[in-house]
Design a protein around this ligand. Structure first.
Ligand code: 6PG
Length: 250
């Protein structure tokens, strides 16, 4: 179990976004105070859209000069493709805040293959975190995650071999069952569970069944990979809107 796990429920998406922004600001402030920089892995999907937009509207709220930005997962498409997670983060957030370009680390989707991109990304993690592959894990100050209807997170999909990877920080992942049907690159559970904070942003009725399975149905990691996110020495916060929490008994 993580040091601290909390589930917070909100009446609507705006309230959830407000809390996500507050947690982002707190994580950034704490990290800069403690270690002089803020390392964060962003997520794709619709979950973070409001959060990115809100952060972009108050660029002074984060010490962006000290931020180091990664993506927890990426679709294997060019950055200007509408399906690119980095492209979305750039359009909604990164283009609007003074983060130094050399502190932004998109997954290298120009690599020859998703597997090659994954291995290059692991090297980038090692360099920026000052660790060696096989040595201590890179510990992000914050990892944002969404969750798919099928309970996937990052690009860790149900019943896939990627769920069991313990000896690599990043791997390629074939498309899941949900759109878009593109190959992916994703961080693995060891990296997710080495983070100081993980925050899930989960909204919508289509998530309610997986949410119930995870919190009240004893879902396994194989069934709903999000159930496997349990930072060993960090905090885990689930932010749910009313619809996503709609099937929970408590
Ligand atoms: C991606 C993701 C993925 C996403 C979930 C939830 O590349 O699609 O990073 O893990 O977070 O699919 O997506 P929604 O927030 O759009 O439901």
């Amino acid at each position: 179990m993580p040091d601290i796990q909390s589930i917070e429920m909100f009446p609507n998406g705006d309230a959830l976004t407000e809390r996500a922004v507050a947690l982002f600001l707190e994580a950034a402030r704490d990290a800069v105070q403690a270690r002089g920089r803020f390392t964060v892995a962003l997520t794709g999907g619709s979950g973070p859209v409001g959060t990115y937009e809100r952060l972009a509207r108050s660029p002074e709220a984060v010490d962006w000069a000290k931020a180091f930005i990664f993506l927890g997962d990426e679709r294997f498409v060019p950055p200007d493709d509408a399906r690119s997670n980095y492209g979305q983060a750039r359009r909604l957030l990164l283009d609007h805040v003074p983060v130094p370009p050399d502190q932004v680390f998109p997954v290298p989707t120009g690599a020859a293959s998703p597997a090659e991109a994954a291995s290059e990304y692991a090297e980038t993690l090692a360099r920026v975190f000052g660790v060696t592959p096989g040595g201590p894990l890179p510990a992000f100050d914050l990892i944002l995650l969404g969750m798919g209807d099928d309970g996937h997170c990052a690009s860790l999909f149900p019943h896939m071999p990627t769920l069991a990877v313990a000896d690599a920080w990043t791997v390629s992942s074939p498309p899941g069952t949900l759109p878009p049907p593109v190959n992916r690159v994703t961080v693995t559970f060891p990296v997710l569970n080495a983070a100081r904070r993980v925050v899930f942003l989960v909204g919508g009725e289509n998530k309610a069944s997986a949410v119930k399975d995870i919190f009240e149905g004893g879902a396994t990691v194989e069934q709903h990979p999000a159930a496997g996110v349990n930072p060993a020495h960090g905090t885990l916060t689930w932010l749910l809107d009313k619809a996503a929490a709609g099937l929970l008994a408590r």
